[in-house]
Each structure stands twice: as C-alpha cells, then as structure tokens.
Design a protein around this ligand. Structure first.
Ligand SMILES: [Zn+2]
Length: 260
C-alpha cells in the first residue's frame, strides 16, 4: 500500500477533512509528510494525477498541523479544487464504513477486512461492504416553469429541486412518483433520466430525472418542505451550491430557457 510522500492524503477527523491553507486563504491537500497524525485506519482509495490517494481516519483528538485545519466537506465544496471533491467524498465514505463496521450487527463479533472494501464476520460469516443509498432527484416542469422547494435543513433562502431516498421494493421511477406526490401533492409523468452523481452526505447516489406535471396544485408536506413554487428563468430564488447535481439540473433548465 502506498503511504509514501508521493501520495495524496485525504485525512478525516469525524466528518471533517484536513486541508492546508495558503496565506491568501485558498485551501489544498496537505503533503503526506505533514500527516503524522495518530490514525486507526489508512486505505488506498484511488489515483489522481498519477498519484495514489490515501484515506486516513485520524483519531478524534488529532490536532491539525501548522498551516492546516479540519473543515467539513460541505464547506470545502465551495473552496477546494473541484477535481479533488469526488475523491474526498469517496475517502470520507470509506473511512465512515470502517468506523461503522467495528461490530457485526448480527452477532456482535469484530469483522475482519478481507478485501480493500469488504469485511467478513469471523463468527457468523456476514459480509460488510460500504453502503450506498440511492436517491432520486427530479426537475418537475409545468409549461415553461419548474418546481423549486425549500427544506428546513437548507441554508437560508436556498431553493432546489425535489429529492428523496429509494425505499425497499421500489423502482427509481416509483420513488420519483411517490416522493413528488408526498412532498408537494402533485402527479407527474414523462419521467426521463438526466444524469447521476455520488453525494457523500452521508452516502447517496443521486439519480436525476426530469418529469412533467400532470395534475394537482402544490400542497406541501410540512415535515419535509417549508415552501415550494413554480419558477422560471427570469424569476427564481437563490440556488444550491456548485458541484451538486441539483445545481447542474437547474442551470441546464436556465440555459435551455435562455435560448431564443
Ligand atoms: Zn457476525
């Protein structure tokens, strides 16, 4: 396993990642030689720029070295170079998987690592792989408008397209229809694939669609949604951050709407 000074370290303390800070405030990855923290777990997770990338789980008491700090990935999504973000998300999830599988959920024994991303319980044989939670995200159209909504957990003023997790036994299209009906009381049809994105908060695969409004007026489920409405390119609220598929989907709509 690579752990030499020519590797790129993705070091996590809890959910926060270690980054170096330049005097101008920009952030980057620390150098491997500066990462001498106590760690429970190191695992190669891929390659960038021809260099191996190593996920490191630092102990909860670990202190950042001089010129570096631990920051949340949400915060870093605005400041870290885009090309590092997918690997940072991958490393975060591998570190979390290792932490969350210290004990077998069936018998309580300690699973052993048998592959990079596979553990097996030596007592009952249960296998543990990093968990991925598929979720749909959908841009609903009504004429030349799209539906944007606000969840209570969003940053102030931000609106986005609807999203929700797949439930056992559902096709992804079932999830689209169910979530849109539950969250805003609307029936949709014409569900078409848009694209997808791994989203490491905590372990989603966001699968994007477009759909058309068939019937129903907006009636929000107040447990999930604070406000929702139909918007167009000339009139819309502040949008989710760059790097998210939600933002990509909304910008795609805005670009199409501006074509004369
Ligand atoms: Zn077991």
């Amino acid at each position: 396993m690579a752990s030499g000074n020519d590797a790129l370290p993705f070091v996590f303390r809890g959910d926060e990642m270690l980054v170096s800070e330049d005097e101008d405030g920009s952030v980057g990855l620390p150098r491997m030689e500066d990462v001498s923290l106590d760690s429970d777990f190191r695992q190669e997770v891929g390659e960038l720029d021809g260099l191996p990338c190593v996920a490191v789980d630092a102990s909860p008491e670990a202190e950042a070295p001089g010129g570096a700090s631990f920051r949340s990935l949400h915060e870093l999504s605005a400041s870290l170079e885009d090309r590092y973000f997918p690997m940072a998300g991958r490393a975060k999830q591998i570190v979390a998987w290792n932490r969350e599988t210290r004990f077998c959920g069936r018998c309580g024994a300690n699973p052993e690592r048998i592959e990079s991303f596979e553990k097996r319980c030596p007592n009952c044989g249960m296998l543990f792989h990093p968990r991925i939670s598929p979720a749909m995200i959908v841009r609903v159209h009504r004429g030349d408008e799209i539906l944007l909504a606000r969840s209570p957990g969003f940053p102030p003023k931000i609106y986005s397209v609807l999203a929700g997790f797949v439930e056992p036994g559902e096709s992804i299209e079932d999830t689209v229809r169910r979530e849109v009906a539950e969250e805003v009381g609307i029936e949709v049809r014409g569900i078409e694939y848009f694209g997808n994105q791994p989203w490491p908060f905590p372990n989603s695969l966001m699968i994007g669609f477009t759909a058309e409004h068939v019937s129903g007026e907006i009636e929000i489920d107040e447990k999930e949604i604070e406000d929702a409405g139909w918007y167009n390119a000339e009139n819309h609220p502040p949008l989710p951050p760059k790097l998210s598929i939600a933002r990509t989907m909304i910008e795609d709509y805005l670009e199409r709407s501006s074509i004369p």
